[in-house]
Design a protein around this ligand. Structure first.
Ligand code: PLP
Length: 404
């Protein structure tokens, strides 16, 4: 397998990375353990933990509910965090909004229930991904059922995918479009294949009017994500995957195509500590350099795919020949998933865990995938090292030799 990532990146950034790695208490405190499951949840740098501690031990109060100093400073922190999200997404739009939610799943559901439900009328159509994360399919199918109970029938079409590459197939998309197409949902980086799904091509195909909702759970916090470059209408992501606390996420809405996005109902007290952690995680990522974070993670993935390609029984899933005009082989952001033809993925997961290497071996919450259809997913972040990748390759190689 060929990769487009320059392995020299790992040498160039080695000192930078070694310093960053020491900033993660859980990593520094467990030197024998290799955490390679960051697509499930990322570890937190001390700067994030300190920011939460500082908030809870200096001026913690409820938000928007009091006029005493701690209450007003908490409210200010939360408003500043909204601006922090906008800045992190490269947004200088006057009409945009940021709503805090508990994570990507809740955020996509809010877009479906609180916004799309108001937009669709009888006979409308939407196009959504049937092979991505369950969280980016269930809300749209549930919405179809809810609307049908109210007598509004909509069609939900499957975003076409090119089987060989795993890319969205922008060449097949026009055949699905018509004047009733009112909404498209897509994923920025695939949570199983690690593929950058080249979503800019979707806008080129669907034209300037159709709102696009982006599941950015695996891209925000892994490199630069810019709504100035991506002409999408919603960006939804989870804090815990971008080094903030669990239980917080955000929906960024452009608010130019269709009504303004507003969460319905009384949402009660938000996760203030989570919001503070998310702002701190963005600050930290900005300080270390999102472009270098992406380069490091891609180079680790390239080292892994190159090593796996030298093992006889291994099949790496997805991301083979990209349909992208500007890259002959699709870039893997920070995720590589593979199977071994002779060793069960679950067994590989156990053997790796025995060696202190933490990966995920299951069906990865992928919509449409049989729950018995398991594969090993290795997902890296900036605290991971080439040595950890080599350790994993050595263990997989040993399993392979035992089977042959
Ligand atoms: C692409 C993608 N979308 C959505 C989700 C759901 O995120 P959360 O569990 O934080 O709601 C995940 C989680 O793995 C994901 O990878």
């Amino acid at each position: 397998m060929t990769t487009i990532t320059d392995p020299a990146v790992l040498d160039r950034l080695a000192d930078w990375q070694a310093k960053l790695r020491r900033e993660f208490p859980i990593i520094a405190g467990n030197p024998g353990m290799a955490y390679l499951d960051s697509a499930a949840t990322a570890q937190k740098p001390a700067a994030v933990l300190d920011a939460v501690n500082d908030f809870l031990t200096s001026d913690n109060a409820n938000v928007g509910r009091g006029s005493y100093p701690w209450a007003t400073s908490t409210t200010t922190r939360i408003e500043q965090a909204r601006d922090r999200v906008r800045k992190a997404l490269g947004d200088d739009g006057a009409d945009s909004s940021v709503e805090f939610v508990s994570g990507t799943s809740a955020g996509l559901r809010a877009v479906a229930q609180d916004w799309l439900a108001e937009v669709l009328t009888n006979g409308d159509e939407i196009i959504v991904p049937f092979g991505d994360h369950q969280s980016n399919l269930a809300p749209w199918l549930d919405l179809r059922a809810d609307l049908a109970r109210r007598g509004v029938r909509i069609a939900v079409k499957s975003m076409p995918v090119d089987a060989a590459s795993g890319d969205y197939d922008h060449r097949a998309l026009p055949a699905l479009m018509n004047t009733r197409t009112k909404f498209v949902a897509a994923t920025h980086v695939h949570h199983v294949f690690g593929a950058d799904m080249n979503v800019h091509r979707i806008r080129e195909v669907v034209g300037p009017e159709v709102p696009i909702c982006l599941d950015a759970a695996q891209s925000v916090g892994h490199g630069p994500v810019s709504v100035a470059d991506l002409d999408v209408d919603f960006v939804v992501f989870s804090g815990h995957k971008m080094m903030a606390l669990p239980g917080i996420g955000a929906v960024w809405a452009r608010n130019r195509r269709g009504p303004r996005f507003v969460q319905q109902g009384w949402s009660g007290t938000p996760n203030t500590a989570g919001i503070v952690s998310m702002a701190a995680a963005f600050d930290w990522l900005d300080m270390v350099g999102p472009a270098d974070v992406r380069a490091w993670n891609s180079a680790l993935c390239a080292r892994l795919t190159d090593g796996l390609s030298r093992l006889d029984g291994v099949q790496v899933l997805g991301c083979q020949n990209s349909l992208s005009a500007d890259s002959p082989v699709q870039r893997r952001e920070s995720i590589v998933t593979f199977r071994h033809r002779r060793v069960r993925s679950d067994d590989l997961g156990f053997v790796l865990a025995d060696e202190g290497i933490m990966v995920r071996a299951d069906s990865h919450c992928q919509a449409g995938r049989d729950t018995e259809d398991h594969a090993v997913r290795v997902s890296v972040h900036v605290y991971n090292t080439p040595a950890e990748i080599d350790r994993l390759l050595a263990v997989v190689g040993r399993c392979e030799r035992m089977q042959s």
